[in-house]
Design a protein around this ligand. Structure first.
Ligand code: FES
Length: 144
């Protein structure tokens, strides 16, 4: 399977690249298998993510998934953002090759890590449980 036009677009023109100074929350996650790293910072106001920026040192799919996930969570509440799964991110990109699904897991984890950081800073308590660590997307279908 080839990359969709949308993947190529977000890879070539990633949205919301950078870092938010004095962000409400910052999350950095990595995939030990490939060594790729994704860092996401969020600005939160009244429980809504008003701004988000990312920096990804990683493969094209990781860059595309982080780019589109910033668009997906911007303007969303914390709860809504937490419901976004790596599958939804991949679908928004028009699909990913099966061997690249794990790259989208990084995006889901980065969102979660940034929110976790935000919650720890504001409430002193992070997320109850990290959902993405409890499931394994490695043998994910998503072939088409
Ligand atoms: Fe590492 Fe894509 S190969 S995130």
């Amino acid at each position: 399977m080839q990359y969709s036009a949308k993947v190529m677009d977000h890879f070539a023109n990633p949205r919301n690249v950078g870092e938010i100074p004095e962000a409400s929350g910052v999350g950095e996650v990595g995939n030990p298998a490939c060594g790729d790293i994704m860092k996401m910072s969020i600005q939160v106001k009244d429980n809504v993510i008003t701004d988000v920026k990312f920096k990804t040192f990683g493969c094209g799919a990781a860059i595309a998934t982080s780019s589109i996930s910033t668009e997906m969570i911007k303007g969303k509440t914390i709860d809504e953002a937490l419901k976004i799964t790596n599958k939804a991110v991949a679908e928004a990109l028009g699909g990913l090759p099966p061997t690249k699904m794990h790259c989208s897991v990084l995006a889901e984890e980065a969102i979660e890590a940034a929110i976790d950081d935000y919650l720890k800073k504001t409430t002193g308590k992070g997320l109850e449980k990290k959902k993405s660590l409890s499931h394994d997307e490695h043998h994910h279908e998503h072939g088409e």
